[in-house]
Design a protein around this ligand. Structure first.
Ligand code: ZN
Ligand code: ZN
Ligand code: FE
Length: 766
């Protein structure tokens, strides 16, 4: 007895190969009916035996296509059998128009495609551009909507008869796979010398690149979202040479390994880390190094972890297998410029840095750096949301009152759009202080609004008037919507948790301008998605030399020593500072003695980390933002817990505002240090103090305001040790803890918070 039923599938189910997936299974189960998209998702009407109909439902619910995110599968109607025995059909999309179909992310090569590449009898044997509906390039090749072959950078390649037949066959896994290609009709690789002259094609090009790598050479490799610079990761000399040419002193490089087994030989991987490494989104995964790893120390000097990534394009697979060793795969750029993605630009910018370029003729429309996640104690944290994750939509916890474009902050820039019941953050753009990054920022805002068909009514921006993103926002014709930096951080965490009720937000980060003109960064806010109130903060101290204070943590050390013990303590510290600071220390001391009206004041937790790193003797200067804090965490993690001194927590309340004063801690720390305590123990003691102070202050605010949940956000919470200690303390006090997962806690997440606040609030918070 046949039945006919209608099944409704909700979630991210469009543009991810859902209809052909349903088609193939329905045909295999001998079902009649159709599958189609509509505004609510995917609708499936099936007729056949009850067992087959149930089996289709089970497959859809339990093993949907890899890129989809199914939130519900429901029977919508039991219909009388219509006597439909004809072939199962895919209905063309109706109604709403292409702009409502979400843009899909770039996805790692699937197992079926890899198997073809490994099969000498297959027509795609060793073909570096093999892809299908479940895998391959998407966002990085889309020029405009609707998403179709003609609107991608694959338009220039005319499919051969065999490829076209796959593309047209709903039963084929390449049905409507827009980047479909083969060796006869698709892109191919070319080996070029540093001046851009083509020296070899196809397999010969790959062989030439492999011999250059084997000889310790540096090779620029064109990937999905841009060029990487590759070098043998086990060759310390070659890695050091790459650092020299890239002008990158100490910032760690990512390493690509061929297989999960190779990854496990290099780092300690728990289940969550393995899952992150193998996910189709293929981020770089930061994990603790294994001793005796073959990877050279120069890859991540002084750090306890490596960033690993598995191959995510067919070309990477061929390269890694051929090299038979881990390869450094770092962004193809000089220091902090945006990653090169245009071929002519790559030759110009990367030619001088490399010994040859392995390029190809499929253009990259949008540059997209690798995503970065850290997995610690089974918990994942996204540090950079980019290739494989962007520009995927996230649900807004409430319907948008207006469409929004959000400009983000300044460092680790991203932009975002919001509309209806969702928002979409862009890929990672970089630090806007670089002109090239600012151009990429302009391109990203245009591209994101066009792809999603968003016509913003307002533009959300930071309060800081000097951020290029703020200047840009105030220059548009759109209504400006200021969102305070740390409110945006807290809001970004609330979006992840789908929470509209107020929480206490502990926002610890570098610097973000507050409405009072001081630079905030050690904040306790009572906030929801529509507004906030400052409930507490770290005591503010002088920020001697603004930008220089960020690059030279010794300046913050003097500022805190001065706050803790006046002239004598600061002068005592100055005397034992790195002699490299020279006369600078004297000048800073005079500034601290008589701070003029131009002195900036900051309550930043990140700058306090810098100060402590300098006081314990770790470093007085940094070569990249956050370096001192990262190393202080590494140092603290090495100290046995029992050896960590405990420091006094001082919290006072003034007009209902809590102020956490680090000065007594700083004084005590300097005393213990003078008495000969180990730097590692001091670092651990400082982490413990920070955690205790944060918990005590949050618990006080919770009691005062009757709140039960705390969001931990801001770049300082990239620190796994601090996060764990603060979260433990809050939970012990009976408070719920909201942590970041998909959205970076650093400024890469600011656009998400801005977009949500400007979409949901009545009016801007003054
Ligand atoms: Zn595939
Ligand atoms: Zn072909
Ligand atoms: Fe921030």
């Amino acid at each position: 007895m046949d039945v006919r039923r209608r099944l409704r599938v909700r979630g991210s189910v469009q543009g991810v190969g859902f209809r052909p997936f349903v088609y193939r299974h329905a045909v295999a189960l001998g079902l009649a009916g159709f599958v189609g998209n509509d505004d609510a998702g995917v609708v499936i009407e099936v007729e056949g035996s009850a067992a087959a109909v149930d089996e289709l439902r089970r497959i859809v619910a339990e093993s949907p296509p890899p890129l989809s995110r199914v939130t519900s599968v429901e029977w919508e109607a039991a219909l009388g059998p219509a006597g439909d025995t004809g072939p199962f059909r895919i209905e063309e999309s109706a109604g709403s128009g292409a702009a409502s179909v979400p843009v899909v992310v770039d996805t790692a090569t699937c197992a079926a495609c890899l198997a073809e590449m490994d099969d000498p009898a297959d027509r795609r044997f060793r073909y570096p551009f093999t892809n299908c509906t479940d895998c391959g390039p998407r966002y990085t090749i889309v020029e405009r909507v609707p998403y179709d072959r003609a609107t991608t950078t694959m338009a220039r390649f005319r499919m051969c008869a065999a490829c076209q037949a796959e593309y047209d066959d709903p039963g084929n896994r390449r049905f409507h796979a827009q980047p479909n290609a083969c060796p006869d009709c698709g892109p191919h690789v070319t080996w070029r010398d540093p001046a851009g002259a083509a020296l070899a094609e196809r397999d010969d090009a790959l062989a030439a690149a492999l011999s250059a790598l084997a000889a310790g050479g540096i090779v620029a490799v064109k990937g999905l979202g841009g060029y990487h610079l590759a070098v043998d990761a086990t060759d310390g000399g070659a890695v050091t040479e790459l650092r020299r040419r890239k002008h990158r002193d100490e910032k760690p490089f990512a390493v690509m390994v061929a297989t999960l087994e190779d990854a496990a030989a290099t780092c300690l991987l728990d289940e969550a880390a393995r899952a992150a490494l193998c996910s189709v989104r293929r981020p770089i995964v930061l994990a603790a190094r294994r001793t005796g790893s073959p990877v050279a120390e120069a890859v991540a000097p002084g750090l306890g972890e490596f960033g690993l990534v598995l191959p995510y394009t067919p070309l990477h697979h061929l390269l890694l297998r051929g090299a038979a060793r881990p390869l450094v795969m770092t962004s193809g750029n000089l220091t902090d410029d945006p990653i090169a993605h245009d071929d002519a630009d790559a030759v110009e910018r990367l030619g001088p840095l490399c010994d040859g370029l392995l390029t190809h003729d499929r253009p990259i429309h949008i540059r997209c750096d690798d995503s970065v996640v850290r997995v610690r104690d089974g918990r994942r944290q996204t540090l950079r949301r980019s290739r494989g994750l962007a520009p995927e939509r996230m649900a807004l916890p409430a319907p948008a009152r207006r469409p929004v474009l959000a400009g983000g902050a300044e460092l680790k820039s991203t932009v975002a759009v919001a509309k209806d019941d969702w928002l979409a953050p862009s890929h990672h753009i970089g630090d806007l202080e670089h002109l090239a990054a600012y151009r990429a920022f302009l391109q990203a805002t245009d591209h994101l609004t066009a792809l999603y068909g968003v016509r913003p009514a307002v533009v959300a921006h930071d309060l800081h008037p000097e951020y290029l993103s703020t200047k840009w926002a105030l220059d548009t014709d759109l209504e400006p919507w200021p969102v305070q930096h740390h409110h945006a951080h807290v809001a970004s965490c609330l979006v992840e948790h789908g929470r509209t009720e107020p929480v206490i937000g502990i926002a610890f980060d570098g610097l973000g301008l507050g409405p009072d003109g001081t630079l905030w960064g050690g904040e306790l806010l009572v906030a929801d998605l529509t507004g906030y109130e400052r409930a507490g903060h770290l005591r503010a101290v002088a920020l001697p030399g603004a930008g220089a204070a960020i690059r030279e943590p010794w300046r913050m050390a003097l500022a805190w020593a001065h706050a803790a013990g006046g002239h004598d303590m600061a002068a005592g510290l100055a005397a034992r500072l790195d002699p490299g600071t020279g006369a600078g220390a004297g000048a800073v001391l005079s500034l601290l003695e008589a701070p003029g009206a131009s002195m900036r004041w900051t309550s930043s937790a990140g700058r306090l980390f810098d100060a402590v790193a300098a006081i314990v003797g770790l470093r007085g200067r940094v070569t990249y933002e956050g370096q001192a804090a990262v190393e202080l965490e590494g140092l603290a993690a090495r100290a046995p817990a029992a050896t960590a001194p405990s420091f006094p927590v001082s919290i006072s309340a003034k007009d209902g505002m809590l102020v956490v004063d680090p000065a007594p801690m700083v004084a005590a720390l300097m005393g213990v240090r003078a008495a000969g305590a180990e730097p590692a123990a001091l670092a651990a003691g400082f982490h413990r103090w920070m955690a205790e102070a944060a918990v005590e202050a949050a618990v006080a605010v919770a009691a005062q305001r009757g709140l039960d949940a705390v969001a931990l956000t801001g770049g300082v919470f990239q620190n796994a040790l601090l996060t764990a200690w603060v979260a433990d303390g809050l939970r012990r006090a009976g408070l719920a803890v909201l942590l970041h997962d998909q959205v970076p806690p650093n400024d890469g997440g600011i656009s998400v918070g801005q977009a949500a606040v400007a979409a949901l609030a009545d009016k801007p918070t003054p």
